[in-house]
Design a protein around this ligand. Structure first.
Ligand SMILES: NC(=O)c1ccc[n+]([C@@H]2O[C@H](COP(=O)([O-])OP(=O)(O)OC[C@H]3O[C@@H](n4cnc5c(N)ncnc54)[C@H](O)[C@@H]3O)[C@@H](O)[C@H]2O)c1
Length: 452
């Protein structure tokens, strides 16, 4: 598709001409560090598959947000594996369905009942080139988080980027540096940081309700899709997909539909499997409760992680590793169907099993955090918190360093399970001590022309 690019002046004229739409001026026009001159935040969406569409709907409903662009390498498809059942007709995702959602949303609010001003792009660089866009939401597969995020920061755009923050530790650090250098607001899509329940649990731990923290047990669900077997055959690339741009910095590989939409999370070239996919949420809460948001454990050990012998999927099938922090706290992560997060201290424990909170002593459950105790960052709406922080130019609930440090633990767990060994980690210099083979796994070569 030939993408429509419009100049800032054209955009402003168009926007001002629509009934009921205030004149839009982007903050980036004044530099990323400048005040936001308008009460509106203009947004573009990069990746509008399953979760990207959810994010877009959430932002469409935020007061003061105007969605002006959507971008996806898929034009329109209902082959999103997670949602796809035999004979089932939808929903359809991709840039054209996303544009329709946006236009229909604003049309319902217009007296004329019409709106056609959201532009759909195939190439995210065209979104980043628009100087009328304040912020972008990146919901692409994991091999495509770092490059668009760094380019967005360079373009002065504020960024909401999905977890897991990165595909490698090196990518994550580069993202942190770009966000700092260009002074943009960055929210990681770890929405538990905006959950009252998780905040309460972390405040209980931080305020010593179970004594001194000794151990955190985290779990991730098993793989929820079956791999095409070892004799899988390449498929023709569908006409609705720009496959080369879907692969992006990942190595070239023949097309199979199970490689791409949704199920990319089971291919090592695009993801760290459930360790990073679900671990990015779970281990992030361990970090929050332990007060280690800007650092990490010093030791990692494989406890029997398993990887597939053949077939199209290559990520871990059984997660099992242990890490140890400098303060002595032990963190374990394992595959388990029933979602369990458990904190053990010298005087009791707190656990969340399948969403149900129980504690020992029981009184901890109803404990009140007094005004003079530790209170953690309060947000009850992850998307709304991002927009507030863009307007006020302040730190959001899940800033880039936090997202980077949490997923670093997942990456190191994967490295320990792959090499079936024990690793010593230097969280300050972000390197593995005395193991060159493991250190090389902190980064990956990107397929030309893409690079960090
Ligand atoms: N926070 C959460 O709870 C949560 C939940 C689900 C997914 N996610 C994250 O969201 C991301 C996407 O996952 P998903 O389940 O939505 O996958 P998906 O396959 O449904 O969607 C990804 C979309 O990105 C598109 N895409 C790929 N390369 C692109 C590019 N270069 N430019 C523009 N678009 C591109 C794909 O075509 C696809 O439509 C992942 O990182 C995942 O971890 C987060």
């Amino acid at each position: 598709m030939k993408c429509k690019e419009i100049s800032r002046r054209e955009f402003l004229n168009k926007a001002a001409g629509v009934i009921g739409l205030p004149y839009v001026v982007s903050s980036s026009a004044l530099g990323a560090n400048g005040p936001v001159p308008s009460s509106r935040t203009t947004m573009g969406f990069i990746g509008v598959g399953g979760m990207g569409t959810n994010n877009m709907r959430a932002f469409l409903n935020q007061p003061g947000v105007q969605v002006v662009a959507v971008c996806d390498v898929v034009k329109a498809s209902n082959e999103y594996g997670h949602w796809y059942k035999k004979g089932w007709q939808g929903p359809w995702f991709g840039r054209e369905p996303a544009r329709k959602i946006v236009d229909d949303h604003y049309a319902r609010k217009n007296r004329s009942g019409e709106y056609k001003d959201c532009t759909a792009y195939r190439d995210f660089r065209e979104v980043l080139r628009r100087d009328d866009i304040d912020a972008v939401c990146i919901t692409t597969p994991d091999q495509w988080h770092a490059i668009p995020a760094i380019m967005a920061a360079e373009a002065g755009k504020h960024i909401y980027c999905e977890k897991p923050l990165s595909l490698t530790v090196t990518e994550g650090r580069a993202m942190v540096e770009a966000v700092r250098r260009y002074g943009v607001v960055f929210q990681t899509g770890t929405q538990r940081r905006s959950s009252q329940q998780y905040r309460f649990i972390c405040e209980l731990v931080r305020n010593g309700r179970i004594g001194r923290l000794k151990k955190v047990v985290t779990t991730v669900g098993p793989n929820n899709k079956e791999a095409p077997p070892s004799d899988w055959q390449p498929m023709p690339v569908p006409e609705w997909l720009d496959y080369d741009m879907w692969l992006g910095p990942a190595p070239w590989a023949p097309y199979h539909k199970s490689r791409c939409l949704y199920t990319f999370r089971f291919g090592l070239d695009y993801s760290g499997g459930q360790t990073t996919n679900l671990g990015a949420h779970e281990i992030d809460i361990a970090q929050w409760a332990n007060g280690t948001d800007d650092t990490g454990p010093v030791e990692f050990e494989d406890l029997g992680g398993e990887f597939p012998a053949d077939g199209l999927f290559s990520t871990v099938t059984k997660v099992d590793f242990r890490a140890r922090y400098a303060n002595g706290v032990e963190l374990t992560c394992r595959t388990q169907t029933d979602d369990l997060l458990r904190f053990e201290g010298t005087d009791g424990w707190i656990q969340l099993l399948k969403g149900r909170l129980t504690c020992k002593p029981e009184s901890v459950t109803t404990s009140v955090i007094a005004p003079d105790e530790i209170h953690l960052y309060k947000s009850n709406d992850h998307h709304g918190n991002f927009i507030d922080c863009v307007k006020e130019h302040r730190e959001p609930a899940a800033p880039v360093e936090v997202g980077h440090r949490s997923v670093t633990i997942c990456h190191l767990g994967n490295i320990a399970m792959t090499l079936k060994c024990k690793l010593r980690w230097d969280p300050q210099n972000e390197c593995i001590i005395d193991n060159e083979q493991a250190n090389r796994m902190l980064a990956r070569t990107m397929r030309s022309p893409w690079h960090l």
